[in-house]
Design a protein around this ligand. Sequence first.
Ligand code: PEP
Ligand code: MG
Length: 897
Amino acid sequence: MDIVFFGNGISEDPNPDKIRLGGKGSNLCRMAALGIPVPPGIVLPTTLCRDYMERGHLPPELMPSVHEKLKKVEEATGRHFANPHKPLLVSVRSGAPVSMPGMMDTILNLGLNADTLKGMVLETGDERFVLDSYRRFIQMFGDVVLGIPHHSFEEILNHHKKKSDAVQDTDLKPAALRDIIDDYRNLVQKGTGQPFPDDPFMQLRMAVEAVFRSWNNERAIYYRRLNHIPESYGTAVNVQSMVFGNMGNTSGTGVCFTRNPSTGERKFYGEFLINAQGEDVVAGIRTPQKIEELEREMPDVYRELLRIQALLESHYRDMQDIEFTVQQGKLYLLQTRNGKRTSAASLKIACDMVDEKLIDPRTALLRIEAEGLPALLAPIFDPTEVNAARSEKRVLAKGLNAGPGAASGYAVFQSAHAVEMAAKGKTPLLVRMETSPDDIKGMQHSSGILTARGGMTSHAAVVARGMNKPCVVGCSALIVHEEHGYADIVTEEGRHVRINEGDEVSIDGTSGEVFVGRMQTVDSDIQRAMRGEIDPASSWMARDFFQVMKWADEVRRLRVRANADTPQDANVARSFGAEGIGLCRTEHMFFGPERLPFMQQMILARTQEERELALKRLLPFQREDFERLFEAMAGYPVTIRLLDPPLHEFLPHTDEQIAELSQKIGVTEEHIRERASTLKESNPMLGHRGCRLGITYPEITRMQVRAILEAACKSRKKNIHVHPEIMVPLVGHRKELSLQKELLEVEAKRLLAEFDCHVDYKIGTMIEVPRAALTADQIAIDASFFSFGTNDLTQMTLGFSRDDSEPFLREYLRLGVYERNPFATVDESGVGEMIRIALQKGKSARHDLKTGVCGEQGGDPTSIRFFNRVGLDYVSCSPYRVPVARLAAAQAVLASE
Ligand code: PEP
Ligand code: MG
């Protein structure tokens, strides 16, 4: 039995490891070894928990070993377990390798019974204090170990408080406490059919077993799943001698941080309560005092605490979250751990610690959560308002946090209304069941987008992220009656709330929360520095951000490109450090109101002639946009994808839309209706889209290559270095690619001769159909690059619709069928395997094959680790995620080392 003793300057384990001793246990051992005063105790390692789970009971030799080890605690404290003379009381707590707050409650004051209670009263002379300790013990033990509902104890307590006119627990007199104890014991007898265990050894055994058992309670399993904590870890058990912060005015308890956890400021920060136990601080019954005030109350203790916090921070080389108790003037540290912090604080602390030479830049990179960066870039709601809104129950619902940032506006349910409202100088917020290309204009004019349906790769999500609009999708509590101008929400508490057009609502695209009413936002310094509005040196946040990006760029191997469809996107992408465009979805270039009708005309065309007429109108738009894309990305590659959209995305649906289109393109409504119904597909995602369009309508491909190369030639003449990469979408068979390639090359040759220009262009393909991955060696013959379209590749490998999976996916995630949303984080064992096969086969046919990814997962840190590992050349993501990808790519390298 490798049970470990710590205390009085000793840790029996010279190298206390978190995986084996749990976070709490290993830190207690470390503190003891550093000579920091901790209440002596023992740690039962996590291996024993695994052993318990396998057997289903405690091994017979365990408790004797615990008792043996406990003798060391008795020696160290000069107290005796289960003995009325100077009784040793202990706390029993869980402690997993990764902190799992709230997984299991703590049991305090274990070891009390009628005899030890008497001994304690004799020793302390404070009957009230001892009885109150016993009462708390029965309550905690009854709840945690015996499974009696917490509220049953609270009812008894409240009954006696009322009876004896006590306002606070501390107002209860010994006689009342004795009555409460009797009632508690009766409650236990009734609830379990057994008397409350009086034997301290039995109490200890039951508590240890309960902690091990708690590893597999529903709450803990759910928490682990949510936070991707391995099931196999198990929890350690810490049995530690009790110290009391509630033994009068020379006692107290507190929680502090070595730096400010919300701003990162290098200043000791925290709070404490005199004459209180830890749970009183958490429960918020009394308002704690600022830690600085401890200097006045207990100057020696304060000086000692200052010394210890500095020692701990320099030992761990990270910001520490510390719990302490003062018992009759003597300071004890109960816990230390790396402190949780906001994204802003993590940035500041990491950079400051490099300046202070506590850590090196590589360590600093690992201290900042890449996923936290978008929150630093986007405007945010004023945090005090958010707290107020939460406490005033103004949170209506929660959806998927699809586009970070905060937005308030007047609810509108139709895009046209958003445009009208914006024209009147008011800010709309678009609320829809879902969005389609018809909504682009409305989306552009809205401060944010909220949809009831859709996942992270739904139309609304992708377009909103591209526009950097705050966006919440898949908000299933919402039903939008678009035609009738209202929406209904059933809140988590079951309240029915109706939102009428023009009501103010707010969405937080970082948390996914939807609020009623307007909230104030504040712009981030980083954003303003990126836009050149402020000097980065004038703001610590901007300066640190640029510094971290520089370190990341020095470490990472993966290149980072952006998915950008417009010159504006491309410019933003460059300002965020994108090294090229990895995906320009050309169909998105036709969203503008002056362009959409021609795109629709092209799709609805009955004959080649009609189609060519529409294409002719589209060509100049494309050419000009490409020119500006090349300009923004001078010297960097620009990957342009040929037309890909599932046609339904562009077809007009309502009578109103049909009438409007008919006017604009000069064909009858009948004609539009008839064509739309011919083109209607029952499974558009698997329908007439991708390269199938270019193969059946070669004139589309011809127009696009023309626009690309004309733009390239014009740029060349302006001495701009252009590297167009023409990408064929949705290829499954090599013949599809070779047909398109042949067409492209013939047209390119003709055009370059016509312009008398040389352009270094490449032709490649997306890998997004499983068949393409499986036959990648054949496909690579005609492709100089592969870009993994992991949105479609996930859809087709899993057989899950990109747009309709949210309802069952949520359940799947809850049940652990998939650990993470495969549309957000690449499904390594399925889709990842497709990628591995495609890479291996592709490179076997063409050793210099360039490879990247442009699906949504390209901007996801966990996926980036995978893409780094399998050896892709680059990832491509939406412009605002470029910094996330840069940092995550560096972290991937560091993790692999
Ligand atoms: C993909 O499928 O991953 C991709 C990038 O293409 P789209 O999202 O446009 O289908
Ligand atoms: Mg695709």
